[in-house]
Design a protein around this ligand. Structure first.
Ligand code: ASP
Length: 314
């Protein structure tokens, strides 16, 4: 039996300390703490890494301040189009959905694509139709839209920008203290690894734009022989560097440590001009959480079994 590990994130970006009120910061920290504690409890009770990353990401999707599920950012048409993926390190099975609009928990649908179809990635209406057929909860588009996200999108549209959730475009009148994309990686009692990621993408993106999150190998990866990875940041750069698979390849073929692999893979993103971060756990239980943005909302449980929460360097 191996020790369990868990890491979750709520997005990386320019998280302006001055504009994040103590009250809001406390809400984020509490949500990360509670969701990580519940997920780790499940792991130590014998749940599989796959089950735990799915349920942790569902809880993060349901929390309105994160950019996933309820509270996701809006595209240029003012609509939430959601991306999610999940991967099982034990079998290297994977499932993903892109630009779905009515499925309440996109990560749950991604798992259904993995478990109940012969496909890996379903996009748009076909994804939502599968969810409805399987009886997964469906909602009106309005369910995802919070007042703050509508305000944020209107401002980005006025500035003519497509932005990461925390970009400085939001400094000024718009609320800029919300967090981003969500994800989870875990190692369970049997030593299996899994990863899941879910997002509304980037504010004011073109309708139909998909980022790294639903792309297996870019935003999400898990392989029991190496590591599990969930990424967050400017997705186009993470796709162009195949970030999550790059971390895996550096372990598998380059013999690098998880910390070195995570830093080097993120350096490739930075070299192209991209910002963001990643969370990862390897087969030995090492954890890495590098980011090159001002902050990354995260919580983790290492060998001591205690939940840690951090936003900036602490
Ligand atoms: N990676 C996501 C995307 O580009 C956004 C984020 O992580 O904040 O869609």
């Amino acid at each position: 039996m191996t020790d369990c590990r868990l890491v979750i994130h709520g997005g990386a970006g320019v998280i302006d300390r001055a504009s994040l009120s103590a009250n809001r910061e406390a809400q984020f920290r509490q949500a990360l703490q509670d969701i990580a504690a519940a997920a780790f409890e499940r792991l130590t009770s014998g749940a599989s890494a796959l089950e735990v990353v799915e349920s942790a990401v569902m809880a993060l999707e349901d929390f309105p301040l994160f950019n996933a599920g309820h509270g996701a950012v809006l595209n240029a048409d003012g609509i939430a189009e959601l991306d999610a993926s999940i991967m099982d390190g034990a079998t290297r099975s994977a499932g993903a959905v892109a630009a779905v609009r009515t499925s309440r928990n996109p990560v749950q649908l991604a798992r259904a694509v993995m478990a109940q179809t012969e496909h890996v990635l379903l996009a748009g209406e076909g994804g939502d139709r599968l969810a409805a057929e399987l009886g997964l909860p469906q909602v009106e588009g309005a369910y995802f839209v919070t007042k703050e996200r509508a305000h944020q999108q209107a401002l980005a549209a006025r500035l003519g920008k497509v932005t990461l959730d925390h970009d400085s475009a939001y400094n000024g009148p718009a609320p800029n203290d919300k967090s981003g994309t969500v994800g989870a990686v875990a190692r369970d009692m049997c030593g299996h690894l899994a990863a899941a990621t879910s997002t509304g993408g980037m504010t004011n993106k073109r309708a139909g734009r998909c980022g790294d999150t639903p792309i297996i190998g870019a935003g999400t990866w898990a392989d029991d022989d190496s590591c599990a990875v969930s990424a967050t940041g400017h997705g186009e750069y993470f796709m162009r560097t195949v970030l999550a698979y790059d971390v895996h390849a550096r372990l598998r073929y380059g013999g690098q440590s998880l910390i070195d692999a995570g830093n080097a893979a993120l350096a490739s993103v930075a070299a192209l001009g991209g910002t963001g971060g990643l969370i990862a756990v390897d087969r030995y239980g090492e954890i890495a959480m590098p980011f090159n943005s001002e902050g990354m909302y995260r919580a983790w449980v290492g060998a001591d079994g205690l939940v840690n929460v951090a936003i900036y360097t602490n």
